[in-house]
Design a protein around this ligand. Sequence first.
Ligand code: SF4
Length: 436
Amino acid sequence: MTILTDAPRFELEPDLPICQTDFPLDWYQEEFKPYAEEYLALPDRLPATVFAWLDRYVRPAQDHFGDALLLLAHFYMGGEIVKLVERYGGSVADSYQLALQARNQPEKKVIVESAVHFMAEAIALLAHDDQNVWITNPKSGCTMELLAKDWMVLPVADQLIERYGDDLTVIAYMNTSGRLKALAGRTGGAVCTSSNAHLVVEWARSLGKKILFVPDQHLGRNTAHRLGMDPDRIALLPSPERGAFRIEDTEGGLDALDRAEMILWGSSCGVHTIFTPAMVRHFKADGWRVLIHPESPLEAVLEADGQGSTNYLWNAVMTAAPGDKLAIGTEGHFVRNAIDAGRARGVEVRHLADVPNFAQAGCGCATMSRNDPPHLAGMLDLLRKGEAPEINRVLAGDVVDERTMARDRLDTGERAELVRHARASMERMIAVVERA
Ligand code: SF4
């Protein structure tokens, strides 16, 4: 069983309102509107008020499902959902740890996730057959994954495979759909996380493979730099926002691709691309230690004192000495929680974009925050009553349009095939990490 030894413990301050933007009523699925109506009518958002209301729905569901129920949330969840989930005995973790939660706890049969869709799908991918995974809001997509849908990547991967055959392997960052993780599996490649991307890429290089790295160009570039790869042997594919493209349209053309050790898909995370070298220098000049997530641009990462995953960043705050000052470049809700946790230990934490004349300071993952208290209450209550909407159930291979909620679901045979390949890519990652 995965024990989240370094899992955070979040404190809720009674006088501070639950920080969550209220969404308009017509934004909710029909089945969730009654819960949203009640929530919107609450007199305030203070924890005592919100808990009294949430308890009416969460407690009966917990009594009904007992130990079979597992609540999960990601570190980046806004609206203090992380604190709510934790209060009800759930787990808060990064996407890799979340993915293992169902698989490592076979007694959990009803898994309710408050985070983005690809994370819920990764849980489903590894789940046992009798475990059901539910997402509280299917419209919670990841903007990085949004620009790396299977129908965007697969036609390009086909062109590259046609040109390079077995010499090409795909490395899929955790922030991808199961369909891309399966592509990695089919090409002998692996999944990676931000904490082990350097190990996985180095492993593929040792096999003499040309790497297609999807979807985050910044993590790819940072990893290549960390491994000392020649920048001239890194090719960036055209922006996926352009729509379908031919690989010949890559800057430098086919020569650039032929030369490349690593070919980067052109997506990125809007939350992490805001960080600049000037921000890093601003804090360092004032005596702050700057730590940054590798989904940020290479130029900013190079100036920082350290780079790493959300776990690395959280542990840095929790192990800093009293009096230390840390500027952290990652998602805003996470940093807000780190500021609270740091303050309790005498450690000063600021968000890296919290510099003069920058309006986006503290920018959070807006799509992840679409999982709000009414969604959590409604999901649990509907599940207890046996009325949960099928669109909230997540199966491996599901693709959901975050705007329309239209879903493309594989048939049973296709799903089994996808799970086989996607699991192979995850198992290769685990093997690489364990060997290291
Ligand atoms: S922070 Fe960025 S990469 Fe992470 S889930 Fe949100 S949009 Fe995706």
